[in-house]
Unconditional design. Structure first.
Length: 280
């Protein structure tokens, strides 16, 4: 799964890294009913659900027969709120979408078909459990492990940061949705919420000793496929299985990351005396 990640690049750096056209931040944001805004976000080394995050979106919708527009950078709130939801708090329960069911689950299937995005990250964090006997064991998911809560309550948590060895930004597969607050006036910009979820999959060998799940990381050659609304089921399934695991490094980091109150680049520093663990 993915419950916390780091992202320190500003919007200019992300536009360069993802080959996006330069867009100026303006005091007059675009109509939030039509397309998400682009806000300046500070570096955040401990992003938690509910916070605004940068997202790379595919071509915006245009009239029939018109050429597709360019990909672009926007800000979304982490925790997907389906368009039919009665309240926005449901997003805190929908921070991840399982790759195995994202095409069929009612909360995610419309976004998966038409609204896919890339969520840039310096690294994502994952926690390994350490039992009372001192033995490490992989964390599990409530969806697959009936003993999840019991196992978690009896264990200590050991945090790891997973990232590209060369420092390039990760591009986590995401989906996004637009929701209107039924209690707010349509003309109120705050009535419109654009939110997202990270798509996760079964952890690959080399990562499954930490957690049984992992976010899907889209390799650069598949960015366009993932973002293109016209991509078919076969291409999307291939992308969901294409995380470049051999290019990732795993570092044990300080337990300070366990608290969302802590922030700063030091959270990504390997624990003293630990060497980065390359997977292959």
């Amino acid at each position: 799964m993915c419950g916390r990640y780091a992202q320190s690049r500003n919007h200019r750096q992300l536009q360069l890294a993802f080959g996006l056209p330069e867009e100026a931040l303006t005091e007059e944001p675009p109509d939030p009913r039509a397309w998400p805004p682009l806000d300046e976000l500070p570096a955040d080394y401990n992003i938690a659900p509910g916070r605004p995050v940068y997202a790379v979106l595919g071509p915006p919708p245009r009239g029939e027969g018109a050429a597709p527009g360019p990909c672009s950078l926007h800000t979304l709130r982490w925790g997907l709120v389906p368009s039919w939801a009665k309240e926005r708090s449901i997003g805190y329960r929908m921070i991840n979408a399982r790759a195995e069911t994202v095409a069929d689950k009612p909360a995610f299937r419309a976004a998966y078909r038409r609204r896919r995005c890339l969520l840039p990250a310096d690294a994502y964090y994952e926690w390994q459990l350490v039992g009372p006997d001192g033995r490490p064991q992989p964390s599990t998911s409530p969806a697959t492990d009936p003993e999840h809560k019991k196992r978690k309550s009896k264990a200590a948590k050991r945090p790891f940061a997973i990232r590209y060895r060369d420092g390039a930004p990760l591009a986590m597969a995401g989906i996004f949705e637009r929701w209107r607050d039924p209690e707010a006036d349509e003309s109120d910009p705050a009535a419109w919420l654009w939110s997202c979820a990270v798509v996760t999959t079964q952890a690959a060998p080399g990562l499954d000793h930490i957690h049984e799940r992992m976010p899907v990381v889209v390799p650069e050659q598949d960015w366009r496929v993932w973002l293109d609304p016209a991509s078919g089921a076969a291409d999307l399934s291939h992308t969901l299985a294409s995380t470049p695991v051999s290019e990732l490094a795993v570092d044990e980091v300080s337990p300070e990351v366990n608290s969302v109150k802590n922030n700063g680049p030091g959270l990504l520093e390997p624990v003293a005396g630990e060497e980065p663990d390359t997977l292959f």
